[in-house]
Design a protein around this ligand. Structure first.
Ligand SMILES: Nc1ncnc2c1ncn2[C@@H]1O[C@H](COP(=O)(O)OP(=O)(O)OP(=O)(O)O)[C@@H](O)[C@H]1O
Length: 248
């Protein structure tokens, strides 16, 4: 694999990325010359009105979608221009995902779901790290259970464990509490905040919920495919005010 290194100490960085969908009069500029860097150990929320480009940005940063121009780097590796195969391998080792719908494999136990990315990457489990994550997430007595035997919150904790186990450069969380009741959602958000604070995990979370964003260290605000602001040390109130200013 050909890799290029960049000097910036970012976990993830985008340099002048542009992404359009469609052609001619149906053309939509989903991302318009976006540059942004996410520092190691930071928990960042991406917010903005519907259609502002949040999902597109996350997909481009994660190497799930290509950019028209500009560059994306994960860790020290520029991923722009990589083949699908190269991206798949890179994602297995360097990126974790947490989705609203959990995306667990129904036929596998919680333990095997958590170990799946390591198995796919052919990497040996770091048992001490596994034990620590399981303890922090309170999953010790649930490891033999299958997803349908777990509550929504437990399933999402399994998804969080799966995302953290490879010690990825970055975890992308897409509305991770969208399918959870508010108490369980709070628990998952606290775990994410803790994994950033205590484990140095970089987390980028797309959310519509100002209360969820308040668990992040900072919020990046998108509008019409461009970054239009940031909220540092957000609270639900400061995020709501910033969104109101955007007309969201
Ligand atoms: N596959 C696609 N084909 C055509 N247009 C698309 C595609 N994906 C996204 N878009 C358009 O790109 C723009 C940004 O979409 P995106 O899904 O990134 O926004 P978002 O902020 O995540 O929205 P939401 O909050 O509603 O999920 C929108 O105008 C959308 O219609």
């Amino acid at each position: 694999m050909t890799t290029h290194t960049i000097t910036a100490p970012s976990a993830v960085a985008a340099q002048s990325i542009t992404k359009t969908y469609g052609t001619d009069d149906t053309q939509v500029t989903a991302l318009d010359d976006v540059s942004v860097a996410f520092h190691p150990g930071d928990f960042t929320a991406i917010m903005g009105p519907s259609g502002s480009g949040k999902s597109t940005l996350m997909h481009c940063l994660a190497g799930l979608d290509t950019v028209d121009s500009g560059q994306v780097a994960i860790g020290k590796t520029v991923i722009t221009g990589m083949s699908d195969h190269q991206l798949t391998i890179l994602r297995r080792k360097h990126v974790g995902f947490i989705f609203q719908a959990f995306n667990l494999v129904p036929t596998l136990s919680a333990r095997d779901n958590i170990l799946l990315p390591l198995d796919l990457a052919g990497t040996k489990v770091d048992q001490a790290w596994f034990d620590q994550i399981i303890e922090v997430l309170g999953l010790g007595d649930r490891l033999a259970h299958h997803p349908h035997e777990l509550s929504g919150g437990q399933q999402q904790r399994v998804a969080v464990a799966r995302a953290l186990l490879t010690r990825p450069d970055v975890v992308f969380a897409d509305e991770p509490t969208g399918a959870l009741d508010s108490a369980t959602g709070t628990e998952v958000l606290q775990l994410l905040a803790r994994s950033a604070r205590d484990m140095g995990q970089t987390i980028i979370m797309v959310t519509h919920d100002p209360h969820a964003a308040a668990y992040a260290d900072n919020v990046v605000l998108l509008k019409d495919g461009a970054i239009v602001g940031r909220v540092e040390d957000p609270t639900a109130d400061t995020v709501l005010a910033a969104l109101a200013e955007l007309g969201a």
